[in-house]
Design a protein around this ligand. Structure first.
Ligand SMILES: [Zn+2]
Length: 94
């Protein structure tokens, strides 16, 4: 069993909802209740939330990972609407 880096108590593995519908594998300390994430899971989440934009004809496309589209949810063929607000694009199922 892994020990807490702060207080050396035992930690247990749990799934934590980091965004609505998106879960991360974390280890939670039984004493100080801090949660820790290992390098592999951090790397997985980093890749999950970063995508490269690419050209499709005259448009720019971005792939939405299934884990994120399932959380909203958006399915193949669904219509979505988007709005641009303060440098961000917000996508919503219609
Ligand atoms: Zn602790």
């Amino acid at each position: 069993m892994t020990k807490c880096p702060s207080c050396d108590s035992n930690m247990k593995k749990e799934k934590k909802e980091i965004e609505p519908g998106v879960f991360a594998q974390v280890e939670i300390c039984s004493k100080c209740k801090d949660d820790w994430i290992d390098e592999k899971e951090y790397s997985r989440l980093y890749k999950l939330f970063r995508r490269k934009a690419f050209k499709v004809g005259g448009s720019i496309a971005i792939r939405i990972p299934k884990e994120i589209s399932d959380a909203i949810p958006i399915h193949d063929g669904d219509e979505v609407s988007f709005k641009v607000s303060k440098g961000k694009i917000i996508i919503e199922p219609t």
